[in-house]
Design a protein around this ligand. Structure first.
Ligand code: HEM
Length: 386
């Protein structure tokens, strides 16, 4: 059975036949109950993401009302992810260059150690596994940013609390906790920047990139360091979790992947296309424009269904097949255009290393159907109960 509607798709057991029907239909369809245009084919997704009139936030609400005035709102308002124009371009360049220069082999090796330590001695199952899936990627990225090992679990906890403010499903209590967590993360990054200015440290390198990109706003830099953790959190947890689901459901996959790091990387790349963690993003039309022959007006909202585009046969032939070494793989799940994810290689290396550490610990894969998906309108993250 299809999901009830497009925003129920990310947490549906199998939304892909529904997405295939959308891809085969008109490029843009108006979903009247949700007041959204829906773009699902690869061509329509690319057209929306490449259209400068389609912005990442509504002009009238740059920061969600619910968090205006809190530390969470302060961070949100500075994020490159949430801005177009001058608050986006130079900061994005600096972050992109910093992330591109990371030593991914080192990050992978550190991730395996962090992942193994976070497993403890008990076999990871159910709630403990779900928690591990969330904590390890954020701890790995916090480690790459220079946090001391003893601080990693606390940083992961704050990051989870902070990202709650990004979901419209959050309660007032979660929003209050998000404010506290944002303040704590800003304070910790500020201390890190002051304490660890030695040349070659991660914060020194990012400051150097900021300087070279002409980005001199210290508060915005700190907010975007928090942003690196929040951008990692749910998306990479979903990639790790969906990898475990694939290993449990795709016959022979665990054996084929074996202990080969390259194959683990191929696996997470294919999962990012076949069963990705981020199913959709939104664009807000700032001025009248046309997309795929459809007139859009200022104030219109477009839901860009990245997960459907990855299954568009014009983008990836035989899209329903899981192909480890797929030639010319297109992965729309990391976005495209000005806001394309600069963390794709980092996320894939972290996820591959985490999953590998888990398999090499001798962990039994989750039993089929022993998971459901977290309630979310945009992310697909399994919750394990076995
Ligand atoms: C599997 C993991 C990840 C997925 C699926 C993912 C996906 C995405 C997507 C779809 C966007 C674009 C959103 C849009 O255009 O509306 C994005 C943006 C971004 N991502 Fe990722 N991401 C992941 C991990 C990461 C990591 C690990 C980092 C860095 C540590 C990161 C940093 C960013 C940043 C800074 C942006 C904003 C870019 C901009 O607005 O120009 N992401 N990500």
């Amino acid at each position: 059975m299809h999901p009830e509607h497009i925003l129920a798709a990310p947490s549906h057991p199998n939304p892909y036949p529904y997405y295939a029907a959308l891809v085969a239909g008109p490029p843009l369809v108006f979903d009247a109950p949700r007041k959204l245009w829906v773009a699902a084919s690869a061509a329509a997704v690319n057209a929306v993401l490449g259209n400068p009139a389609c912005r990442v936030r509504p002009a009238a609400e740059p920061v969600p009302q619910a968090i205006v005035g809190s530390a969470a709102g302060e961070v949100f308002g500075q994020l490159v992810r949430m801005n177009d124009g001058i608050r986006h371009d130079a900061p994005k360049l600096a972050l992109q260059r910093f992330l591109a220069a990371l030593d991914l082999d080192r990050v992978g090796a550190r991730t395996r150690l962090i992942a193994a330590k976070a497993m403890g001695d008990e076999a990871l199952r159910g709630a403990a596994l779900s928690q591990w899936v969330f904590d390890v990627p954020v701890m790995a990225v916090a480690d790459a940013l220079g946090f001391a090992e003893a601080e990693l679990p606390r940083v992961a906890g704050w990051t989870r609390d902070f990202v709650a403010c990004l979901s419209p499903l959050s309660t007032p209590e979660q929003l209050a906790a998000a404010g506290d967590a944002a303040a704590a993360l800003l304070a910790r990054f500020s201390a890190l920047v002051q304490a660890d200015a030695s040349p070659g440290s991660a914060v020194a390198r990012i400051q150097q990139e900021a300087h070279e990109a002409g980005w001199h706003d210290v508060a915005a830099l700190l907010a975007n360091l928090v942003g690196l953790l929040s951008q990692t959190c749910e998306a990479t947890a979903g990639l790790v979790g969906n990898s475990l689901v694939a290993l449990a459901t795709q016959a022979g996959l665990a054996e084929t992947v074996g202990h080969d790091q390259e194959r683990f990387l191929q696996m997470v790349n294919e999962i990012s296309r076949h069963d990705p963690s981020i199913h959709n993003t939104r664009r807000f039309v700032a001025e009248a424009t046309e997309v795929a022959g459809v007139s859009l007006q200022a104030g219109d909202v477009v839901l860009v269904v990245l997960a459907a585009a990855g299954r568009d046969p014009l983008c990836n032939p035989q899209p329903e097949r899981f192909v480890l070494d797929r030639a010319d793989r297109h992965v729309p799940g990391f976005g495209r255009g000005a806001h394309q994810c600069p963390g794709q290689a980092l996320a894939c290396n972290v996820a591959a290393a985490a999953v590998r550490a888990l398999l090499e610990s001798g962990m039994r894969l989750p039993a089929p159907a022993s998971w459901h998906y977290r309630p979310s309108m945009n992310a697909r993250i399994p919750v394990f109960s076995d």
